[in-house]
Design a protein around this ligand. Sequence first.
Ligand code: GAP
Length: 452
Amino acid sequence: MGDDLMDNIVSLCKRRGFIFANSDIYGGLSNTWDYGPFGVEFKNNVKRAWWKANVHCRDDIYGMDAAILMHPNVWDASGHIKQFHDYKSDCKTCHKLFKIADLNPVRKKSPKGKGLSNGVKDKNICPDCGGKLTEARPFNLMFKTYQGVVEDKASLLYLRPETAQGMFVNFLNVLDSCHPKLPFGLAQIGKAFRNEVTPGNFTFRTREFEQMEIEYFVHPDHADKKLEEWIEDRFNWYINLGIRKENLRKRLHGQDELAHYAAACTDIEYKFPFGWQELEGIANRTDFDLKQHGESSGKDFRYFDTESKERFYPYIIEPSGGVDRTTLAFLVDAYREEEVKKRKRVFLSLHKDLAPIKVAVLPLLTNRAEIVELARNICQDLKKKYFCVYDDTAAIGKLYRRQDEVGTPYCVTVDVESLEDRKVTVRDRDTMNQDRIGIDKLKDYLKQRLAG
Ligand code: GAP
């Protein structure tokens, strides 16, 4: 069932213009995907919903958009050059490459700089062919590139593996320009790159992906409480946007799987067809990052509290999620199949804020110019408010099926009677119920149902 569901989703994504294999005509670049016309609308809506909840609807979070390329000292100070490793091993017989964390699910990451645990050493047999595995070797996940015309050590740069550092290095700029008081946060959405050993499961794990990250600065004494608040807040964000509660859970990290900067972390996991997997991690990064950048740059990253006259390094609570795998989770959760009049109906029961198209206007007959004109005018008018499309390229049954498959909440049909009674039929995607509405009342009708 799991494999079938994923196959159906991958096929729908291609058929309906959500997601295409990258560089397809040249055989594809493995595990790299392009978002098509409806995919980009859908993914933008996911990002918009996140930004609205975390930046626009709060008084204590500022948005940011830092560059992907950063000074190489950033990655030295952050610990990524020394510690941002996966451990890999390959089979001496079949030569297949394995990530150690996948061979030994108990230990997801290797202990900091200590080599591998006994658990890992025991797993030296290839799960595919039974051959012997090589010694596990560390593998830095950062992509390298060069700035300027000379490709040498001095011009070496990295593609950022997380958006977070762009916010830490701007901490003092935000203090100086916006004068926020603790607790406050910075939020950013942007590309990140990791040379993953084992990407896969469609858009779930890729080498190029987008993150949505918040760095929330708090007094160290308040860090534990704020961490708990953020875990609840972020969990509810998914539920409010339609993810079914039984498909979402929280998982506390064991001490031995924490990243090198974290004192605690809880993942929000989704039950994908390929198993429970992380959507987002909410971590207490302590004062690690601000201290590191302070020491490395020689700048004072401490915060001065004007009331208590205290000067200290704030702790950072970090809710960090992936745009692509969150978008995939919304897609999987919304996928529905049902039988209608002995035919299979496939539809995406997406939350209205996430649906790529909000309204489709469909003329019932195209051989009557007045009907086409009226339908086009209605669509044009609705476009001022919603992403709305006009389609007359097939019979009505087929047009409905197309819109169902991309999750369009409402279809407006214009027929012969519309010319007389100035009314249209509005069809609901989930129930297939139809209402006959006056054209002059249509905007109000949709506003009540679509207003975010
Ligand atoms: N700044 C903290 C940080 O980057 P992370 O757990 O390594 O933490 C955060 O990544 C989120 O980024 C993950 O929860 C996941 O949603 C997303 N992510 C990480 N690696 C990814 C990959 N290779 N492909 C897609 N998304 C990824």
